[in-house]
Structures are given as C-alpha cells and as structure tokens.
Design a protein. Structure first.
Length: 163
C-alpha cells in the first residue's frame, strides 16, 4: 500500500475519544471525511466524525468512545492511502514535484526542493545556483507539469524571479 503523510495526532479532546490533528496536507477535504480511512502506527481507523476548531481538525473514529482507547496515539503521524487522494494517472500532489526540474523560457531554472502548504498560497521551494526562490502554485506562474519528464514549466514572467 502506498501511503502519504497527511498530519499529526497532537492531542486528545474530551473524554469520548476525540482527537486533535494538525495537518498542512494540500487536500484535507479528500482525506479527513466521514467514512475515510486513516493509518496510524500501522493500524487503520475509520473516521466517524470530523469538525474544525481553530487550527485543528477534530476527529472521532468508529469504535473509539473513550479517551483511554486513543490516548496512546498522541504524537503519532497520520497517513492515508495515496489512491484515495489521487484521482487519475494525470493527477498528482504538489509534494510529488520535489526533485523536478524547473524550466523557464526553455532554460533550466533550478529544481524543486520542497512544497510548503501555508494554506493562503501554497509554494514550491526551488533552488538555482545556490539561491532559494519560491513559486506560488497557481495558474499565473505554472504553465505545465510533465510527470513523465519530471519537469515544471513556468509561464514567461519576465525578469526578476531568478535574480
């Protein structure tokens, strides 16, 4: 099974087995939904309730009705099956672009080294000639993504981005 990291179980909430999750996953609504499966420490859990409070996603799992049944998972990483998030062969996660070449004006413009989901404007962190720059993940900057060739082609935006 191919899994993707989707968040961290940071604490419990109340006495009935509800948990607090922090997630910067780019598609939270595809993962944190009633009936969805999550994997924590090699075990699968089915979500029975989802809500949001401040920066936390609150989850309750089928069959977990007491804090003592879930408290041992505090601090654990949470995963989801990749095929539950990826809809087709042409679909991808932005984090999949790490290691891709960046092309601008038909020239090498560096490499994607990280994906930052800051929820306001997701960014690809790239490096070129030892310098770091960030590309907003939107149609105003990215012309195309070639999964086979492992490259991200930028729209010609003029001078300035790589200075």
């Amino acid at each position: 099974m191919d899994e993707v990291f989707v968040g961290k179980l940071v604490n419990t909430r109340g006495l009935k087995g509800e948990v607090k999750v922090i997630s910067h996953f780019e598609r939270p609504d595809d993962v944190f939904k009633v009936g969805g499966y999550l994997y924590i420490n090699g075990r699968s859990y089915v979500i029975s309730h989802v809500s949001k409070v401040k920066n936390f996603i609150l989850l309750q799992f089928n069959g977990i009705n007491d804090i003592n049944e879930i408290e041992f998972l505090k601090g654990s990483d949470i995963y989801a099956e990749r095929n539950s998030v990826i809809e087709s062969e042409d679909d991808y996660l932005y984090s999949d672009l790490i290691g891709f070449k960046v092309i601008c004006k038909n020239q090498d413009a560096g490499e994607v080294v990280d994906f930052i989901n800051n929820e306001v404007n997701p960014l690809l962190e790239c490096t070129r000639l030892g310098k770091t720059y960030f590309i907003p993940v939107n149609s105003n900057m990215i012309d195309s993504v070639d999964l086979e060739e492992r490259k991200v082609t930028l729209i010609d935006i003029g001078e300035g981005l790589f200075l």
